[in-house]
Design a protein around this ligand. Sequence first.
Ligand code: NAD
Ligand code: IPM
Ligand code: MN
Length: 360
Amino acid sequence: MSKKVLVLPGDGIGPEIIAEAVKVLNLANEKYNLDLELVEGELGGAAIDKHGVPLADSTLALAREVDAVLLGAVGGPKWDTIEKSIRPERGLLKIRSELGLFANLRPAILYPQLADASSLKPEVVSGLDILIVRELTGGIYFGTPRDQVVLENGERKAFDTLPYSESEIRRIARVGFDMAMVRNKKLCSVDKANVLASSQLWREVVEEVAKDYPEVELSHMYVDNAAMQLVRAPKQFDVVVTDNMFGDILSDEASMLTGSIGMLPSASLDSNNKGMYEPCHGSAPDIAGKGLANPLATILSVSMMLRYSFSQAGAADAIEQAVSDVLDQGLRTGDIMSEGMRKVGTAEMGDAVVAALQQL
Ligand code: NAD
Ligand code: IPM
Ligand code: MN
């Protein structure tokens, strides 16, 4: 029986990068007999425009039914001033939460061809391969009471809440340790345990889980130091496990080590490896509609989908190889451009990956 993938292009550059990723997915589908069926829906601003809400019940029902979701990005100035409970970003948070996608894997890998595109010195980043495991359905993004503004002493006061339960910490810690076990058996847990109660519990629970993984070398680091160490000596890290907000920030920072945020894919998984796959970047309103966006993060997210949701490691490896081949050919979108390379647009980059995959 065929497996279904729900494609949600979203807003801004979302439809542009998804068009390229879908070309690659369609070719992989044919070439490796994956028997995948693609269906399309709306999320974010596109859903607000069509359904009046950023995630329609019918789309959520479809998302529950399919085997994997491929997402572009959501949000943009058009919807920044609407009532905050129906902002585009709320649709994204809702689909993550409703599908139970608590484990967000964000691999920051430097393709050697892009050493010159990174804002750091080549020797600092060469060979970089780190995995950020971000908790995705808890913490300050979802804690209650949240998102409230009250009047206190004649002025407005706003607050959010940062809770973590033991079970939430334990399950994401396990993902961190499991990933460390299949990589280099090194895990760094990042928190703010010198200040936050949620981080103190985080550290305790991570230590408890560590007892089941005696082979993994565990370290702890405060998030401010981690932000600094990531640009000072990023290769000291292998797997990093951290909370929702710290992971959001550190992964954008880590993306620049790989040349551009346009290179960073992600997988958001539930406990059964059902997943949603999306680039780490946003809808990039500043370059939307111009054919300038780098589609590689989304194409690499397709590769993660084939690896994690469909156990098609061969097809996933081939997509990564095709991306590498295109970089070898010297093709670069503006965000990863460097001297002597050939600048291309979104579609030309996608077509080149398709052609490279065809050759494999
Ligand atoms: P952004 O990631 O959209 O853009 C930041 C910068 O990176 C911009 O200069 C942009 O041009 C550049 N950039 C991003 N992706 C690129 C790509 N593929 N190729 C080349 N350059 C790229 O972040 P932002 O500007 O802070 O946010 C814009 C909107 O996106 C906001 O509405 C925000 O809420 C939303 N957002 C959505 C997601 C998501 O859907 N997962 C993630 C982050 C931000
Ligand atoms: C991301 C984004 C989202 C997040 C926003 C758009 C809700 O920044 O996927 O990294 O903060 O998780
Ligand atoms: Mn982010």
